[in-house]
Design a protein around this ligand. Sequence first.
Ligand code: SF4
Length: 412
Amino acid sequence: MNTLTVKVGDVLIGSAHPIVVQTMCNTPTSDIEATLAQCRRLASAGAQLIRITVPSLSDVPHIGEIRSRLCSEGIFVPIVADVHFSAEIAKALVPVVDKIRINPGNFHPEHQRARELFGEFLDLCKEHGKAIRIGLNHGSLGKYIIEKYGNTPEAMALAAMEWVKMCMDKEFYNAVVSLKASNTVVMVEAYRILARMMQDEGVVFPLHVGVTEAGNGDSGRIKSCVAISTLLSEGIGNTIRVSLTEDPEKEIPVAQYLAHRYSSAAPAELSEREEYILKAACDWGAPLLNRDIDDVPIQDDYLREELLQACRRRFYKPEYIACPGCGRTKYDLENTFNKVKEATSGFKDVVIAVMGCIVNGPGEMADADYGYVGEGAGMVTLYRKKDPVLRHIPENEAVGKLVELISSDQAK
Ligand code: SF4
């Protein structure tokens, strides 16, 4: 699809440029040495953009130091700041980083004030020549949008179009847009609608494509690949992140495989098994998601079931949602997620979320039936749908309590 070109540092996103591979640090941003070390590893693994969370104003100088020390070492990978809820932090970051990811609707609870703050933010980005990502997720659309449009793929696209049009009104064209969801059907549909809406407006901003909270292991890779490959095969998507609840370095080869398959990006070095899994996800994802086929004619039952579940055609085990973790995560997310999967694998017809932080976790876990959300300081809150039902549970008891909660609900 013919899009605008967005410039982030020296990296060009959109139009005929190869698909750009990106990822995000999961170290605390205030731990400058750990974050720097992770950035070095990610850059040498092939990350072309690195995102770092900025949870508070006090982290603005931290991300600034990380970026300038990387540059002094000759590592010029652009640094993207991830900001939630605060226009003040977003504005403070404009002179400091290469790109800022925001959800403008969360800048203020009053929609009109959020619009004003976004306008001021755009003016500042224009003045400094910086790029932005308008990043809306299915789980965190905001009250105003849900009341006005509902909670559908179309609502996500309409919500994004409001901010896209503000960019156009201000003649600000250095923006990328994303509409992530953990549900692959919702995600694919939302991006398709947004791409059509932008084409109708005559200005197509590049799209950052990804499945959010995809989980880990084969399931996380397959879920990401079926949805991302479906869009890339239609020419939708200019930069991608494969979010895995694992070390972010492990995301890079998966994203490289996709970028190489659908553009002139450099190839990935994969194990034979990983290539087998990713190829099957890319080959069968679109026909399953588009409902052109009802089953996958392969001998490998394990892979067949994973593909069918990733495309939401049949459910063989609980559906898991897990965020990839970031600098806000205050516990061992990957190990905990694996423990939750092991303890709950016998349940049927249930969506279980494991989220790294209490700030964004509850909002982001979308349509989960149960949520395990880290509070920090070794404590956990368990959710039933959107309701916190057990708070301040010590981590070593929380998996057991989650199993009890689901068992007692299913016995009713
Ligand atoms: S939900 Fe997970 S990825 Fe999102 S901000 Fe919290 S810890 Fe980070």
